[in-house]
Design a protein around this ligand. Structure first.
Ligand code: ADP
Ligand code: MG
Length: 763
């Protein structure tokens, strides 16, 4: 059944050639007890290893059941070792970190038998060798004789055809040796046993055939066998394969035996994960906070169309004009560049006309709460000086006067009334102060207060009155000059019965957590007041006159198209607003409004376009970009620590490969494929990577609590900045596994390539 034909094997060490086997030709019976004896170095072990498929012959052939092994592939040798051969070694070669039972099961595990069958059979063979009570012990808890029994049980477990025993009693005392030999004889009655020994007594006592070797040759055979040529090719091999789960199990047990080191390794690997995790959770939380700000509070911000809009062109510096010659870069040459300021301005002049107003009429009313229009029509206002009671004109076009944006909810959400109440009628005015109750001194002097006052009681200003004089009462026509001039008799104007009396009814201040101080400080009036002024002014003599003339009706000076348009708006002849504020109902509506507004500009020349400003977006975009930039930098830094820890894990895995060389040899002898060996180490790095990922994410998660507590103290508005998302947790664990697996690839390939014979020989 087994036939060696002129087997030769030469080891080359340096430039010295050792002919370990020098033409061995021998045949074995299906069932016999063969002892190979001979001096040390005569080639006994080499013969066994070659027959067992652990080592390869240089030339010749081995015929197994009539089949030549010349063209055997690695996988076929692996299957052959696993299914047909049982090895028993002098130094037992048990895997020390798994139980006796697991050791015996290993060969069956490799051949893919189900767990139940494995367990049953292992228990049976262990009982047969008398170790039933020691199944759950580790090998190093047994005596030498017991360990050799385990090895015999392991060799028997897969019911092989051939048992190979290389000096199985070499390390045992004579009594134990006899017990072991009896056991081998008993279990191997129907098998081929090839025993290597230097003990001639044992050979004589147990063997049915003794082969003498010397210098790599067979020099004697007590019972030679010449098989008939009728033997057919009846050899079949079952594929061996270790599942990843079995590899995991093996590695898990191995890691358990050096738990401390495994945990420290995983912790080292987790440091990079912690770094990246913290950075990600911080930036995630910040961006979340910004998004909340935008969808929540900031969505109250209107989209505004102002007379001038700022437009950013690509490559443009914030502080300069775009210039094609320098492409927005700071110039390096000693040259001045002449630019067409008009054409290249970063400010865009929005011309709002009837067309645009009509366009706005088409905006879905469900999308906005309010549209506010800003107009520049002049109000002719007068008041009395707080000093001497003299009547004085108030310039509302200068500072601090403005319209309350139409969105009452927005105003009330963001402002506290300090005294009085919010205006409810067109004649009622609101004084808005800044967060420190400051009011611009120029505004106060403009409405009749002393230039050197320092404080003013709320009640002294609430109730202050103004008189609104209409155009026709204010301007007088001169037949002589055909010009209009304003009246200088303020007392008469103030006393006129046709005036409208306005008064300050309340003082308001932005709340502490106001999203915006959009009202601006100063004296504010309701939109309805503008409507009244506009309605009256549009029919006034001076406005009608200005509409007819190309010259200024008050000075007679010629007007340009632009200044004339401004004049018409000032006098109320043109009711078209100079600015528009749109208050969307919510964040999504705002985007819908923006999409609608964009359609107006489609296909229009740039000068004719109307460009809106989304203040909320401008703020959050800037902050968001800033946060992103910082995140990239920090992630890059932590990624370095990830790489460093991966390299470290690679090194530790390599050390583990060196430590487990013996185990690699044992697994290979039991029929493990190269692939299975790399699987064992990949399983180990997988476990370390998984542990590192879990540790890293748990530590990061725990750290977010003190970080949030500290940051929460520093920045009151932001309660939970560090926000470790599930996505980040899962991906970081995955990154950890992938990186450690990757770092272990090289060591695991080194392990897989180890020569099994050499691996077995290491201590
Ligand atoms: P035995 O088992 O009979 O003592 P071996 O089969 O182990 O002898 O060795 C046969 C010869 O081959 C010896 O001279 C030994 O030194 C040599 N040899 C065995 N293995 C190797 C090897 N891996 N490298 C170099 N020489 C080897
Ligand atoms: Mg030997």
């Amino acid at each position: 059944m087994l036939k060696l034909i002129d087997i030769r094997k030469t080891y080359v060490v340096g430039d010295f050639e050792q002919h370990a086997l020098d033409g061995i030709s021998v045949s074995f019976r299906k069932s016999e007890f063969v002892a190979i004896v001979g001096p040390s170095g005569s080639g006994k072990t080499t013969t066994l290893n070659i027959i067992g498929g652990l080592d390869r012959y240089d030339s010749g052939d081995i015929i197994i059941n009539g089949k030549s092994t010349k063209d055997f592939k690695d996988s076929e040798w692996d299957s052959y070792r696993n299914g047909s051969i049982g090895f028993v070694f002098q130094n037992y070669n048990l895997i020390s970190h798994i139980t006796v039972l697991d050791n015996v099961e290993m060969g069956m595990t490799l051949s893919g038998l189900p767990a139940k069958t494995r367990r049953k059979r292992a228990a049976e063979v262990l009982e047969r060798v008398g170790l039933k009570d020691h199944m759950h012990k580790r090998p190093n808890q047994l005596s030498g004789g017991q360990m050799q029994r385990v090895a015999i049980a392991r060799a028997l477990a897969n019911d092989p055809d051939i048992i190979m025993a290389d000096e199985p009693t070499g390390a045992l005392d004579s009594t134990t040796s006899i017990q072991i030999m009896e056991l081998i004889r008993e279990i191997a009655q129907d098998k081929l046993v090839i025993l290597v020994t230097h003990n001639i007594e044992i050979a004589n006592r147990y063997a049915s055939r003794i082969i003498h070797m010397s210098d790599g040759k067979i020099v004697g055979d007590t019972n030679p066998y010449e098989p008939g040529s009728e033997e057919k090719d009846s050899f079949s091999l079952k594929k061996t394969a270790m599942s990843f789960r079995q590899a995991l199990n093996l590695s898990f047990n191995n890691l358990k035996t050096k738990l401390g080191r495994a945990l420290i390794t995983a912790f080292a690997g987790s440091i990079g994960i912690i770094g990246v995790g913290l950075v990600l959770s911080l930036s995630n939380g910040l961006n979340q906070e910004i998004a909340d700000l935008e969808t929540g509070t900031l969505s109250d911000f209107p989209l505004s169309i102002r007379p001038t809009a700022y437009i950013m062109r690509t490559g443009q510096q914030m502080m300069g004009n775009f210039n094609e010659d320098t492409e927005g870069q700071f110039p390096t040459e000693s040259l001045l560049y002449a630019v067409d300021q008009q054409a290249n301005t970063i400010f865009h002049q929005n011309v709002i006309d009837q067309d645009y107003l009509d366009f706005l009429d088409g905006l879905d009313p469900a999308l906005y709460n309010e549209i506010g229009y800003g107009r520049s029509v002049a109000m002719n206002l007068f008041t009395t000086s707080e000093n001497d009671g003299a009547v004085m004109a108030v310039d509302t076009g200068d500072i601090g006067w403005g319209e309350i944006p139409g969105n009452a909810i927005f105003v009330e959400n963001n402002y506290d009334v300090l005294a009085g109440a919010f205006p409810t009628a067109p004649t009622e005015l609101l004084l808005v102060v800044d967060v420190y109750n400051n009011v611009d001194l120029r505004l106060l002097t403009a409405i009749g207060y002393d230039g050197d006052i320092e404080t003013l009681a709320f009640e002294d200003i609430v109730g202050k009155e103004f008189r609104l004089v209409f155009n026709d009462d204010y301007y007088t026509y001169s037949e002589l000059t055909t010009l209009y001039f304003p009246s200088l008799d303020y007392d008469a104007l103030y006393a006129d019965a046709d005036t409208m009396t306005l008064s300050i009814v309340g003082i308001a201040r932005a709340t502490e957590d106001a999203a915006s101080t959009v009202l601006g400080e100063g004296i504010l009036y309701q939109k309805e007041l503008t409507d009244i002024v506009l309605a009256d002014a549009s029919g006034s003599a001076i406005a009608l006159a200005q509409a007819e003339r190309a010259t200024n009706v008050m000075t007679g000076v010629a007007l340009t198209e632009q200044t004339r348009a401004a004049m018409l708006k000032y006098l109320g002849a043109d009711a078209i607003p100079v600015s528009i504020q749109i208050y969307p109902v919510d964040f999504d509506a705002k985007n819908a409004v923006k999409d609608y507004l964009d359609t107006y500009n489609d296909g229009k020349l740039e000068v004719d376009q109307v460009i809106y400003t989304d203040l909320a977006e401008t703020i959050t975009d800037t902050v968001g970009t800033f946060v992103d930039t910082i995140t990239y930098v920090l992630v890059a830094f932590s990624a370095i620590s990830l790489v460093v820890s991966s390299i470290m894990i690679g090194i530790i895995t390599y050390v583990s490969v060196l430590e487990r060389t013996k185990e690699i040899g044992i697994l290979r002898a039991l029929g493990a494929r190269k692939k299975d060996i790399s699987r064992v180490f990949n399983a180990e790095t997988f476990l370390i990577g998984l542990t590192a990922g879990l540790m890293g994410t748990i530590i990061t998660w725990v750290l977010t609590f003190p970080i949030n507590a500290i940051l929460g103290n520093l920045l009151e508005e932001m309660s939970s900045i560090a926000n470790f998302s599930i996505v980040a947790i899962v991906s970081l664990i995955a990154v950890s596994i992938v990186l450690t697996l990757f770092s272990g690839l090289v060591p695991s390939r080194i392990a897989a390539r180890k020569d099994p014979v050499e691996a077995l020989r290491t201590e």
